[in-house]
Design a protein around this ligand. Structure first.
Ligand code: PMP
Length: 315
């Protein structure tokens, strides 16, 4: 099977993927002035249905990222979701998928700025399995690269240029033999992984950095906060996390659309807790996989079906 999609949404319509092309002078290709999203769809074999996880929330964040870049895509959250559903029906995928909306400055000009440029949208979808191999027990390091600061490139938006920072973080971790890295803020607090938010567990309480600590405002992060409070009956707090708290945490896990929930069992060669996936990480993973596959009635409003005329817009 080809790794490339068959179709893409491009210049206002769905076209064969081979026709979705930009010129080499395109502004975003040169200056990183785009923003994107990453959404998963889960194949529910029993229902023969593809369920997209929280697409409205993803599109809300996408529009906010685009606003940071002074973009006006001229589309509402609802219209964006409908384009994604149309594209997926055209692709006709019957397996787990990943959907990538990308907004970019399409002008073919020299000159770095955000204003008075042409905002374009493209979307494609590909079959998708695991994002990291070691979801059950990753060995990570604290990166020597700092996370981009809000006053440099806002990490709360999913801005293409900021992913050079993620690439530095991830590449050096991999080349040093780790599975991933955790980046710190400029003042030395824990921010997030290269493409994942992070939670630690201390004495039965889940702790995650606040959105003011240079993290992406993750949809999975929010999902987990809801599931922990309402289903596991545990406390979740948002507060700055010191680096040394990583080393003494009972559990740590990454979360994100790609990584889903991945237990971190070692940081910088120090075992976390018992050195095995802990009970919160393991219970949450199980619950999360049930929720994203549409097996939990209470959260069905988070699962938007592709292959029906009516789609659920509720949240
Ligand atoms: N942080 C970064 C830097 C990311 O790229 C991602 C992936 N989108 C996340 C966190 C997780 O966000 P979400 O749960 O919305 O996928």
């Amino acid at each position: 099977m080809s790794a490339l999609p068959n179709y893409a949404y491009f210049k206002g319509k769905i076209v064969p993927y081979s026709e979705a092309k930009v010129g080499v002078m395109t502004h975003t290709l040169n200056y990183g002035t785009g923003c994107f999203g990453g959404i998963r769809g889960y194949w529910n074999a029993a229902e023969q249905q593809l369920l997209i996880f929280r697409p409205h929330d993803h599109m809300r964040r996408f529009l906010r990222s685009s606003k940071l870049l002074l973009m006006d895509l001229g589309l509402t959250e609802e219209q964006l979701v409908n384009i994604i559903l149309d594209l997926l029906r055209t692709e006709n995928l019957r397996e787990d998928v990943y959907v990538r909306p990308l907004a970019y400055k399409g002008d073919e000009i020299i000159g770095v700025r955000l204003n008075d440029l042409t905002d374009e949208l493209t979307i494609f979808a590909v079959p998708f399995g695991r994002y990291v191999d070691k979801e059950e027990g990753a060995h990570v390091t604290v990166s020597s690269w700092q996370r981009v600061d809000d006053n440099a490139i806002p990490a709360r938006g999913k801005i293409t240029g900021a992913y050079v920072n993620s690439a530095f973080i991830k590449t050096d971790a991999l080349r040093a033999g780790f599975d991933e890295a955790i980046a710190l803020t400029q003042d030395g607090h824990v921010a997030e992984g290269s493409a994942e938010n992070l939670f630690i567990v201390r004495d039965g309480i889940l702790i995650t950095p606040p959105v003011t600590d240079n993290v992406l405002e993750g949809i999975t992060r929010r999902t987990i906060m809801t599931l922990v409070r309402d289903e596991l009956g545990a406390e979740v707090i948002e507060r700055p996390i010191d680096r040394s708290e990583l080393y003494i945490a009972d559990e740590i896990f990454f979360c994100g659309t790609g990584v889903q929930i991945a237990a971190i069992t070692k940081v910088d060669h120090r075992p976390i807790g018992t050195g095995q996936m802990g009970p919160f990480s393991s219970d949450l993973r199980e619950l999360y996989f049930d929720v994203v596959r549409g097996k939990v009635a209470k959260y069905r409003h988070w699962n938007t079906p592709v292959y029906v005329a009516e789609t659920s817009a509720a949240d």
